[in-house]
Design a protein around this ligand. Sequence first.
Ligand SMILES: *Cc1c(COP(=O)(O)O)cnc(C)c1O
Length: 328
Amino acid sequence: MAAEVGAPTPADVYRARARIAGRVARTPLLSSPRLARACGADSVSLKLEMLQPSGAFKLRGATHALLALAPETRTRGVVTASTGNHGRALAWAARAEGVACTVCLSALVPANKVAAVRELGAEVVLAGDDQDAAVAEALRLAETRGLGYIPPFDHPDVIAGQGTLGLELLEDAPDLDTLLVPLSGGGLLAGVALAVKAVKPDVHVVGISPQRGAAMIESLRAGRPVEVAEETTLADSLGGGIGLDNRYSFALVRALADTVVQVSEAEIAAAMRELHRHERLVTEGAAAVGVALLARGEVPGGGRRAVVLVTGNNVDMDRFTRLICERD
Ligand SMILES: *Cc1c(COP(=O)(O)O)cnc(C)c1O
């Protein structure tokens, strides 16, 4: 791998774990004999990251990046441009640490999402007509007000923070041979695979994206970061680009993912129903893509002991209720 200067290492993941200890949940691993039967494996375990207090694993990276800032930057505050789980996580972490948090949002963001960010105690700055304009404003505020800009995935401290999840897996599922990871910007896969492969290099790491708008997978195929048209998907937390100027997550995913696969909207919906009906879990679409893949009837790479990352529960409950009443 052509390691970028400052790219995160396994040692950074261990340091991140010490730093965020007590500030994020150590989430449980739930064994699913039913899913193991469905894909012919010896065991399938679900890592329940939606039990983080902000509703998704992103609290790990956001908390770590915030704590890693220079004290004088932290005193001034942090800024980002995400409405999704990263924005929620950063607002949550900032409130917990007593740090001011600004979230730049475009005029396209619906009022209920703007209100949700404010409810978490963040200051909302409305800027421009699209996500690019919101990011530009966040960078401008970082520059002019001296705030710490914390992006959702392409940042060494964010990646190291997500990797702490992998250290828990090494303790709780030391014999795992296959890891199924929802894939968008790649911060999660990069961090977790970095931690797990440092100890168990033969673990087969599978990145899973929806068929609609899979920017990382298209970039891997092209051999460089590319833009793809954004499309609506049930896995809305997996939408968005990886950045044409991507510095860390693309190279790490290219080096560490053994297989990447895309799943359909119908498969994602069926997996959300499966998780609800049989595991009694509320999950968002992004969190269900690993189960969607196993439901095809086999573990990629022929693995026997699979761990599936179930990453978040940020889903509109009216929509969820309708979805679970439908049939596959
Ligand atoms: C962000 C997110 C992912 C993907 O993480 P990346 O680091 O962007 O690849 C998966 N699931 C959920 C619920 C998320 O919020």
